[in-house]
Each structure stands twice: as C-alpha cells, then as structure tokens.
Write a protein that binds this ligand. Structure first.
Ligand code: KG4
Ligand code: ZN
Length: 343
C-alpha cells in the first residue's frame, strides 16, 4: 500500500510517499525557518501563506523523488491537528484535492501520533518486537506528552506539561541567551564541549505525577542571566560573554534532558511497558538521547534519527497505513482540529 502523506501543521511544508507504513520512497521537507527567524518565532499568517506557495511543488517533488505514478497511490494522508489553524487548512485542502481528483481514500492523522509512528520507519517494528504496551514521549515545540500505547491508534495520556512545552522552553531560553531561533539546535550547539563539572539550574520534578513543568526553569535562567548582565554593567540587548552563554546553555539543556528522560523511564516502570518510543523535534537533542540510553537498562528504546524526529510527512503516511488497516477513509467533511490531543 503506497500512501502520500502531507504535513503543514507548523512551519515545515512536507510531503512523502511511504510503502506499507515502513519503506520511505521520498521525504521532502521545505522549511520556513529562515523566514520566521527574523521575527524570533513563528508568525502564523506568514506560515499559512508560505504553505500555500510551497504545498503543490513539495507534493510534486515527493511524487517525482519516489518515481511514483498517481495511479500507484492507495491513499492520501494529512495532518489535521494539532497545529496552527491556517497552516493545517492548506494541507487538508491539498490532500482533499488530490484524493478527490484521483478518487483515493483520505485519512486525517493526529500530528502527535505521527511523531510516534516515526519509530516504524527504521529498524525493528515496535509492535512486533517488543510489542505493546509501549510508553511514548512526544516532545515538540507545542507539546510534551507521555502516553501509554496499548495497540495501534490506542493511547492513554499519562502526563503532559503544565505550562511550556519542552521545545518552547528551548526556544525561549535561546532568546534569553541571544542565540536566535530555533532555540533547540542553537542551545545544543552552544552547549557542545562544555565540560563537567557543569553549572546547574533547577529541575521541576513534580513528584508523584508524570506531568512536566518548564516555565520555572526558564525563569531561573532569565534571572541568572539578568543578574550577571547587571553585575557586568551590560545594557539591554547586550549578551553575556560567550563562555557564560555556553555554560548556561549546557545547564539548561541538562535540566530539560534529565527530567524528560527520568519521567519517561518512570512511566515505563509504573506501567510495565515493554519498550519506549521517543518522538518530536526535541528528541533530536543529543543530550536527551544520551541521557535516556544511559539509563534505560535492558528495555528496548526507539529513537528515530534526527530528521525523522522533527516535522516530516513520512511519519504521517506511516501512521495512516495503520489507520487504513482498521478503518475506512474520512469524508469530505474532514476538518482541521487545532487543539487535537493524544488519547
Ligand atoms: O516536532 P517539531 O519539529 O515541531 C512541532 O511539532 O512543534 O519540534 C520543534 C521543536 C522546536 O521547539 C525546536 O527548538 C525543538 O523542537 N528542537 C530541538 C532540537 N531540534 C529541534 N530541541 C532541542 N534540541 C534539538 N537538537
Ligand atoms: Zn511536530
């Protein structure tokens, strides 16, 4: 079964052709990062307009790279939530147009579920080995969710962030340190080579729950940076010396990575899960990947390669394959759901 996936929920226009939820024939991602970087974050109107300009060429490129004829497609899949309303609409309308023109079934996919199904695109199939139930951490720019997956498309939410998402906290921390947008990769680069013993920032453990909180950490970082800037007589807008920025970036990254890894392992222990799946842009973070791998013991852990952690459409086509195995396609009334959740 060959599925064309389309993803436009945030700031990447993406299309991909995937066979049987597993074999990636093409994976095209047109990033808008440079466009939004000058504003220091995503501007929804700019994102929608850019998707409108990019979506047709991106789909054409995905079909060409896959050397797929339109007749070979079995279905069209698209992210219909969560995400920015205007951005989602562009992808959903494109998917409807293709499905209508080619008389193909149409599948609306939850973007967060897509991040989980990225784990099906490489290595062992998690549903076969070790099998369900699996604990899934989705850490992205808009979400930090821990869920128990006990079958295809079946999720029970175990914990979520009570304030900022992990990716959002990286983006805000990078702004405080004058490192620009997007913050995650910038913080990771700045933290590279900072050797132990490392400076520490607080961790919000929220003991007794599997929820997260990252806004206190961001405030602690802001206060430390402001106090030091003040002591050095820096003017507003001037950055701390490079060594201090690097040390604070490493401290911030350690704090987020350690909490994400520890809570994910705690969730697996509490639920008796057979394995762990990580997904979402923040999972591209090397420190988080190291932290989890170092502590996971014998439990199988699936961590997609960085280009499949960040937004892409292959993960949407992969998730849709398992929808297609168990249900009919959606109707033409498929709507966007900007606040869609897991489970
Ligand atoms: O999943 P994603 O590509 O888009 C959303 O669904 O939001 O995640 C984007 C988020 C951004 O906040 C970005 O700063 C963060 O993922 N991110 C990272 C890294 N690469 C991307 N955070 C930490 N370390 C990274 N290497
Ligand atoms: Zn995402």
């Amino acid at each position: 079964m060959l599925i064309l996936g389309i993803e436009t929920s945030c700031d990447e226009t993406a299309a991909s052709v995937v066979e049987d939820g597993r074999i990636v024939h093409s994976n095209i991602v047109a990033s808008q990062v440079e466009l939004h970087a000058r504003y220091g974050g995503i501007v929804p109107e700019v994102a929608s307009r850019q998707h409108m300009l990019q979506v047709v060429p991106v789909v054409e490129r995905a079909m060409a790279q896959a050397s797929a004829s339109w007749d070979a497609l079995s279905a069209v899949a698209v992210t219909h939530g969560p995400g920015l309303a205007g951005a989602l609409m562009v992808g959903v309308n494109m998917a409807k147009a293709v499905a209508f023109a080619r008389r193909l079934p149409l599948y609306g996919v939850n973007h967060l579920e897509g991040h989980i199904y990225a784990a099906w695109l490489e290595g062992e199939r998690p549903d076969l080995s070790p099998g369900f139930p699996l604990v899934c951490l989705v850490a992205s720019g808009g979400h930090t969710d821990l869920a128990l997956m006990d079958g295809h498309g079946r999720y029970r939410l175990l914990g979520m962030t009570r304030d900022d998402a992990a990716g959002e906290s990286f983006d805000k921390a990078a702004r405080v340190l004058g490192l620009g947008y997007p913050g995650g990769p910038a913080i990771q680069r700045a933290a590279e080579g900072v050797s132990p013993p490392r400076e520490e920032l607080p961790r919000a453990w929220l003991r007794g729950t599997l929820d997260f909180s990252f806004s206190g950490l961001k405030t602690a970082l802001l206060h430390r940076a402001q106090a030091e800037g003040h002591a050095l007589g820096l003017q507003t807008g001037e950055s701390l010396p490079l060594g201090r920025v690097q040390s604070l970036a490493a401290a911030f990254q350690d704090s987020v990575a350690e909490v994400l890894a520890a809570k994910t392992l705690e969730a697996a222990a509490q639920t008796g899960a057979r394995g762990i799946i990580l997904g979402g842009g923040v999972v591209a973070n090397t420190r988080l990947r190291e932290c989890l791998r170092a502590q996971v013991g014998g439990l199988p852990v699936f961590i997609p390669s960085p280009q499949l952690c960040v937004d892409n459409a292959a993960m949407i086509a992969a998730a849709a394959y398992y929808h297609a195995l168990r249900r009919q396609g959606d109707g033409w009334d498929l709507d966007i759901l900007p606040s869609l959740r897991l489970g």
